[in-house]
Design a protein around this ligand. Structure first.
Ligand SMILES: [Zn+2]
Length: 409
């Protein structure tokens, strides 16, 4: 039988083993310390026992120190399988940490005990990032079991800290110079149900805090004060219109094809209905298409604020709370996109589509350092929600695609 067909068939028949592995690893909570967890050490150890059992011995540990977790370390595992030609490497990066399950009442079962419902697997971390972690390891394991030598060296990085700061995970890999600019890097941490969109860039993220100051008084005597909430609403509606008009470029490659400016969190207001508020706070979440800068958005906001200040005799402060600029989108003609596209077509017969997303993955960090990174997997986007689920058929398909990628695409 042709080698690739044999490889795919073997993966298809490993379904039960893959499901058991996924069930076992998600049973170990791996929540980061900022979310009240103890980190990834126990889960990494559990994964490590499988790697040894499977005879995947190209393991190197790159632990990052972290005194805020009981073990003192945030583990990062580098798993290598040598290929015929070591001049290039094909790399998959998956993360071990998960977000907390949240209110258990919102789950139909124990989030850490994987359960099956027809073709679905349900549990915390099955999608984010359990499917990709399992699929990539089984792709490598199957090559090993069948004694197939890949063309290039293949490397799987299992990292910590993706859900919180990335500093002890991908950031640590960068600090240690473990990646090369000519690596073909795939981060399977975002996708869609069709498995066609290869994500090549992300929007620039900007979080802004808007504080409006007026003068508090009794609501029955408004002339004695100055209503900060009213001025803030005026600013909110004006700035919303202005930003959408000024930054109106469309890019159909993005899941939301325009830049977005959404008022989100609301600061505390006054307690009494009869109190005229002297201060108001709200936040805006901005996602900018490539080409627009944080500075030009902040400048527009300031212009509107100046007008509203004059009109309402209030004082409006605009603070940048957090931002992340996307500097280098991955090129559609890069080797990783070409190889991945060919792997997808071999397995599913589908032609890929280049795309972008508004939400961030850790790929942005790598792109900003000048690495070419593709983001792809086949999922229903249930990450972070209760009853998080994946389809078994997607687990198998993605495993085949990773195996085909490991064979050079
Ligand atoms: Zn993730």
């Amino acid at each position: 039988m042709e080698q690739m067909a044999y490889l795919f068939e073997t993966i298809g028949s490993s379904e039960e083993e893959m499901v058991d592995f996924l069930a076992d690893i998600i049973s170990v909570p791996a929540v980061g310390p900022l979310s009240g967890g103890t980190g990834e050490k126990e889960k990494a150890d559990r994964i490590g026992t499988y790697l040894i059992k499977w005879g995947l011995d190209g393991i190197e540990n790159h632990d990052a120190c972290d005194t805020t977790v009981p073990s003192g370390i945030r583990p990062n595992i580098e798993l290598t399988m040598k290929g015929r030609d070591p001049s290039r490497r094909i790399i998959i990066i998956a993360h071990m940490d998960v977000v907390p399950p949240g209110d258990p009442g919102n789950w139909s079962g124990d989030p850490y005990q994987l359960w099956r419902d027809g073709g679905r697997l349900i549990g915390r971390g099955v999608e984010d990032n359990g499917q990709a972690l399992t699929a990539s390891l089984f792709a490598m394991k199957t090559l090993k079991d069948l004694d197939i030598e890949p063309v290039h060296d293949i490397v799987i990085f299992l990292v910590s800290d993706e859900e919180e700061t990335n500093k002890k995970g991908i950031g640590h890999l960068l600090d240690e110079n473990l990646l090369r600019k000519d690596d073909l890097i795939l981060v399977p941490d975002h996708g869609e149900p069709e498995g066609r969109v290869i994500e090549l860039c992300e929007k620039t993220l900007l979080w802004v805090k808007v504080t409006t100051k007026g003068k508090q008084c009794h609501a029955s005597m408004p002339a004695l004060g100055n209503n900060a909430f009213r001025a803030s609403m005026l600013f909110g509606t004006k700035v919303d219109r202005t930003l959408h008009e000024k930054f109106d470029r469309k890019d159909p490659g993005f899941d939301h094809p325009i830049s977005s400016f959404e008022p989100t969190k609301k600061g505390p207001g006054v307690d009494g209905i009869n109190v005229l508020p002297g201060e108001d706070t709200f936040y805006i979440d901005c996602r900018l298409l490539p080409g627009y800068t944080i500075d030009e958005v902040l400048k527009e906001m300031r212009n509107v604020a100046d007008q509203v200040e004059e009109e309402t005799e209030t004082e409006i402060t605009i603070n940048e709370e957090f931002s992340e600029t996307t500097l280098h989108p991955t090129s559609p003609g890069s080797d990783i996109v070409t190889a991945l596209s060919s792997a997808i077509e071999k397995v599913t017969g589908k032609r890929h589509i280049n795309g972008g997303i508004g939400g961030g993955t850790c790929a942005a960090l790598l792109r900003n350092e000048g690495y070419e990174v593709a983001v792809w997997e086949t999922i229903h986007n249930r990450a972070h929600s209760s009853d998080e689920y994946i389809l078994i058929e997607n687990l198998i398909t993605d495993c085949k695609v990773f195996a085909a990628l490991f064979m050079g695409g």
